[in-house]
Write a protein that binds this ligand. Structure first.
Ligand SMILES: [Zn+2]
Length: 66
């Protein structure tokens, strides 16, 4: 697949994956992250991972059920 230059990139340092989730973090600004990082970060208390519209990835387990 060609790289879609309009797609946001994961904001985690050193990560070049396409951002497919937006993390809503109570104590700081929202972050756009890839599915892998959404899964890791979504486990922290209070963080909610929201799928972006163009994603085909599954929702991180447990992040949505609050
Ligand atoms: Zn990432």
């Amino acid at each position: 697949m060609p790289i879609d230059t309009d797609s946001p990139r994961c904001e985690i340092n050193g990560c070049e994956d396409r951002a497919t989730f937006e993390l809503h973090i109570p104590w700081k600004a929202n972050e756009l992250v890839c599915a892998g990082h959404a899964r890791v970060k979504g486990r922290k208390d209070g963080i909610v991972a929201d799928a972006l519209e163009n994603t085909e990835d599954e929702f991180p387990n447990g992040a949505a059920n609050r």
